[in-house]
Design a protein around this ligand. Structure first.
Ligand SMILES: NC(=O)C1=CN([C@@H]2O[C@H](COP(=O)(O)OP(=O)(O)OC[C@H]3O[C@@H](n4cnc5c(N)ncnc54)[C@H](O)[C@@H]3O)[C@@H](O)[C@H]2O)C=CC1
Ligand SMILES: C[N+](C)(C)CCCC(=O)O
Length: 518
């Protein structure tokens, strides 16, 4: 399956003015001048704040914007704006909502080059990958447009002509809190099903990546949502807490780390708010010796190096059956050495910088302990300075493959969130399954083998919410995505997400007389 599944559609797009504008964006030039909050149908400065944040262009280390973190009053304004829009939106038919979502998807397609460029500038991922993210984003809105029109209840016949029916109703104002690795796509993964079900949303992106989500808010407005339906507040933990604790919020959907997920669940518990938690992982990828070697190598690359390795579902523990260990390792190392690192806005770049200096230092911290614990550095793991002088301050490193790894090493146990693959040899299926499941995480897992029975047996035994056979990290919107164990619960994407943004009402209808017991 191709990563860029909708490629032909993208190629057919006629270049428009915005496209031409985004073409002129080069690394080292963008400076944000507009307010980054969005409320009541326009960009606004927050009315109160709890401090200030800076966001960077990771490729150059330049500050591209400084913004105020929304305070309690601003958060309340955004929620009240969403509440009033909810009254209108929730009364529309599914088909009416569907039409608006389809229009939003169309505008995203039209503006895809501009959105992808913003994502690359603020996140650091290659423009090639950012385009894929934008495609997945509009596909998400199209997919949930279909579900909006198809939302329906059940009819249940009861004795004596009485009957009951069920209604699937929206929850109200939903809060989305996002991570920095897929800023625009995560927002669409949450807003798509939320809006399709008739909810309103207040969204808080990560303070590292505040820029692209405001574009989504503008696009929803242009597509015709009621004023205030989708709002954006900017900020970090304090702003997030105001959102989670607010009594008028009906649900919180969160993507991020396990410790923050745990805090969010605690806050939501106080007022019995349902939560969806998409947390981290340390997923296993199991490669049996009967695999198609080239596919297995490509699968391992896909499992480890997208978005500079900053992906929650990455298969970072690569278990390789011992008789192909040498050949597999040799091929992987060859490919990793060829990854083109550099200016992420250039067409042939495949790896950009990490998100910031803190994350880069964190990854080097893990690599230091890997070295101390005896891992072999087969390639990479070093700071990298591209030749282009404007990239001197960027947060680059070379992608790394670690050999000679054992299950007890820190680099094998903990989520690194950087371009680091650990290779672990194994002998038997039983042994590798026990080792693969020996983790508190359970987001994803993969297996490469030509043995059809073994493939299904292995994924059935994996304790993970998203499993792949003979591929890794493809994520079409039709497929439910989410974790087992400490990787969270609830599902994004697929029909499953509709249930997490709606509630079921049963209406029991009496057609005869009331027979009282008294
Ligand atoms: N599952 C995933 O896709 C992701 C997992 N991670 C993991 O998390 C680590 C740290 O990344 P961060 O972005 O710093 O994750 P984080 O969990 O600190 O932040 C994620 C989001 O939650 C917000 N937040 C933080 N504290 C909050 C609180 N007390 N109440 C409400 N909202 C709060 C943040 O502002 C951000 O929008 C990564 O190294 C990685 O291990 C990070 C990004 C994505
Ligand atoms: C798109 N995909 C599957 C590579 C990653 C999405 C999950 C995340 O937010 O890290």
């Amino acid at each position: 399956m191709s990563l860029l599944r909708a490629g032909p559609i993208l190629n057919l797009l006629v270049p428009n003015l915005r496209f031409a504008m985004s073409r002129s964006l080069t690394t080292g030039t963008f400076q944000n001048t507009q307010p980054l909050n969005y409320r009541g149908g326009s960009r606004v400065q927050p009315i109160d704040s709890v401090g200030e944040e800076k966001a960077y262009e990771p490729a150059t280390g330049r500050v591209i914007t400084t913004f105020a973190c929304s305070g309690e009053k601003e958060v309340n304004e955004a929620i009240q704006s969403a509440r009033s829009a909810f009254k209108i939106w929730s009364q529309k038919s599914g088909m009416e909502r569907s039409r608006v979502l389809l229009e939003a998807a169309r505008i995203i397609r039209e503006r895809s080059e501009e959105i992808a460029a913003m994502e690359t500038i603020n996140n650091g991922k290659s423009i090639f990958e950012a385009r894929v993210d934008v495609e997945i984003s509009w596909q998400t809105l199209e997919y949930y447009a279909g579900h909006a029109g198809a939302m329906a209840g059940q009819h249940v016949q009861l004795a004596g002509g009485s009957f009951a029916y069920t209604r699937r109703e929206p929850l109200g104002v939903c809060v989305g809190i996002g991570a920095w690795n897929y800023p625009f796509q995560i927002a669409c993964w949450k807003a798509g099903p939320a809006l399709a079900c008739g909810n309103a949303m207040v969204y808080k992106p990560s303070p590292f990546t505040p820029v692209s989500v405001v574009l989504l808010a503008e696009i929803f407005a242009e597509a015709g949502v009621p004023t205030g339906l989708f709002n954006v507040v900017q900020g970090g933990a304090a702003t997030g807490e105001f959102l989670c604790k607010h009594p008028d919020v009906a649900k919180v959907s969160f993507t991020g780390s396990v410790p923050t997920g745990s805090k969010i669940m605690e806050m939501a518990a106080k007022s019995i708010k349902p939560v969806t938690l998409e947390l981290g992982g340390k997923s296993p990828l199991i490669i049996f010796s009967d695999s198609d070697l080239e596919n297995a190598v490509n699968g391992a690359m896909m499992a480890n190096f997208l978005t500079q390795g900053q992906v929650c579902c990455n298969g970072t523990r690569v278990f390789v059956q011992r008789d192909i260990l040498e050949k597999f390792t040799e091929e992987v190392v060859k490919k990793v050495k060829k990854i083109k690192i550099g200016d992420p806005l250039l067409e042939d770049t495949r790896m950009g910088p990490l998100i910031n200096q803190i994350q880069l230092d964190r990854v080097f911290g893990f690599l230091k302990s890997a070295r101390q614990q005896g891992a072999k550095f087969l390639t990479g793991g070093e700071p990298y300075t591209p030749e282009d002088p404007k990239l001197k301050g960027g947060f680059f490193m070379t992608p790394c493959v670690l050999g000679g790894c054992t299950d007890d090493m820190t680099c094998v146990k903990e989520e690194i969130f950087g371009p680091v693959m650990s290779i672990l040899p194994f002998d038997s299926e039983e042994e590798v399954l026990a080792r693969a499941n020996d983790t508190t995480y359970g987001l994803a897992g993969g297996v490469f083998t030509r043995d059809i029975q073994r493939a299904h047996r292995v994924v059935a035994a994996l304790q993970a919410g998203m499993c792949f056979i003979n591929n890794y990290n493809v994520s079409p919107v039709e497929l439910p995505f989410g974790g087992y164990k400490k990787s969270g619960f609830g599902r994004e994407n697929g029909q499953a997400a509709m249930e997490h943004y709606s509630q079921l009402k049963t209406v029991c209808v009496e057609m005869g007389n009331v027979e009282s017991v008294f």
